[in-house]
Design a protein around this ligand. Structure first.
Ligand code: NAD
Ligand code: DAO
Ligand code: ZN
Ligand code: ZN
Length: 370
């Protein structure tokens, strides 16, 4: 079939909206009509050329929601008409990683997904002249139709709006999951969140859900304060306003250091501040942000000797096929909020404007509706 897609032809170029060829689903694969997709910082990381593993031409996008159109041979858990959210972290439920409750990093299709192809080593997308186009993060949601492995799709309820639940495909689950699954924050905790963007705001609402007493938000952009306050931030710190040592300031503000700190900036200097602002003896610092190629973190080892822990999380530690439908339920039940964070709606033809809004710090999430 043919479908419309925004294609990343080369690093640093605007996406090119065009008709592409899409082959039907092979064994264990599913054809999905994408109804809505969010634009995440990670798409821009790859589009811009900053991602050393970025390969082109590719159809980016990993934060989508849609409807199953056709299933390939061997698919048993999905049928045409089912509503689904693509998973860049799949859940096969049988690999060593899926069978270990300590991780969500299913490895079943890791190597082919990383290479931008389906598990059989080929791409379903091609240009009209036959040139293959790579998949991205196993999802490629910047296309009206896409093909994914069955294990990379979460089946969700049919009454949930696509233009909101697409955000559960990355930002919402990553932020809330970092709190619930990775840090396992206790009621009454004190926490600091560095970066009040699409991820950090969801860390904040996760902390509120978990019953944290103090939720300090740190961001260079004061334009983020109103939204963060709406989602549960109790204290705001702009690093530009702190004249002395930032760690000392945060330790004092949290009465000795935070029980939990979260980096949602991707800046390695911020990650160090986050670790050192965690409470001596028990504070845990969770890295969510993806740092630039080649960047390294550092601190004095004595920070760890004295009881602070440094950890990381991918997709909020969520096992997608199991956890994502529950998060959709939480949204539909009003336990979590998404609507205010969808700040812009675009057509596929306007997708490059969405990246402009991201750069200008004007959007939390821009969503493309098909
Ligand atoms: P975003 O651009 O929406 O938000 C980042 C925020 O950090 C902005 O508000 C910005 O003003 C602030 N900021 C930047 N530098 C800062 C500094 N030095 N001090 C304080 N604040 C600073 O980005 P996002 O979509 O929220 O993503 C955040 C990070 O999370 C990115 O690195 C992204 O790649 C990563 N991410 C990780 C996962 C995962 O599974 N681990 C998933 C999705 C995104
Ligand atoms: O299993 O080795 C692996 C890789 C898992 C990839 C997880 C990616 C999470 C961070 C990227 C940001 C996603 C938007
Ligand atoms: Zn697995
Ligand atoms: Zn993302």
């Amino acid at each position: 079939m043919r479908t419309r897609a925004a294609v990343a032809m080369a690093a640093g170029q605007p996406l090119a909206v065009m008709e592409v060829n899409l082959d039907g689903p092979k064994h264990g694969e599913v054809l999905v009509e994408i109804k809505a997709t969010g634009l995440c910082h990670t798409d821009e990381f790859t589009r811009s050329g900053a991602d050393p593993e970025g390969a082109f031409p590719a159809i980016l996008g990993h934060e989508g929601a849609g409807v199953v159109v056709e299933v390939g041979p061997g698919v048993t858990s999905l049928a045409p008409g089912d509503h689904v959210i693509p998973l860049y972290t799949p859940e096969c439920r049988e690999c060593d990683y899926c069978l270990n409750p300590k991780t969500n990093l299913c490895q079943k299709i890791r190597s082919t997904q990383g290479a931008g192809v389906m598990p059989d080593g080929t791409s379903r997308f091609s240009m009209l002249d036959g040139t293959p186009i790579l998949h991205y993060m196993g999802c490629s949601t910047f296309a009206n139709h896409t093909v994914l492995p069955e294990i990379a799709l979460a089946k969700v309820r049919k009454d949930a709006p696509f233009d909101k639940i697409c955000y559960i495909g990355c930002g919402v689950t990553t932020g809330i999951g970092a709190v619930i699954n990775t840090a396992k924050v206790e009621i009454g905790s004190r926490a600091i969140v560095f970066g009040l963007g699409g991820i950090g705001l969801n860390v904040i609402q996760g902390l509120r859900l978990a019953g944290a007493d103090q939720i300090v938000g740190v961001d260079l952009n004061p334009g983020k304060v109103d939204m963060a306050t709406h989602f549960g931030m109790t204290d705001y710190v702009n690093p530009k306003d702190v004249s002395g040592d930032m760690v000392a300031h945060l330790v004092e503000l949290t009465g000795g250091g935070a029980d939990y700190t979260f980096d949602a900036t991707g800046n390695v200097d911020v990650m160090r501040t986050a670790l050192e602002a965690a409470h001596k003896g028990w504070g845990e610092s969770i890295i969510i942000g993806v740092a630039p190629a080649g960047a390294e973190i550092s601190t004095r080892p004595f920070q760890l000797v004295t009881g602070r822990s440094w950890r990381g999380t991918a997709f909020g530690g969520a096992s997608g096929r199991t956890d994502v439908p529950k998060i959709v339920d939480w949204y539909m039940q009003g336990k979590i909020e998404i609507d205010p964070m969808i700040t812009h709606k675009l057509s596929l033809d306007e997708i490059n404007h969405g990246f402009d809004l991201m750069h200008q710090g004007k959007s939390i999430r821009a969503v493309v509706e098909f």
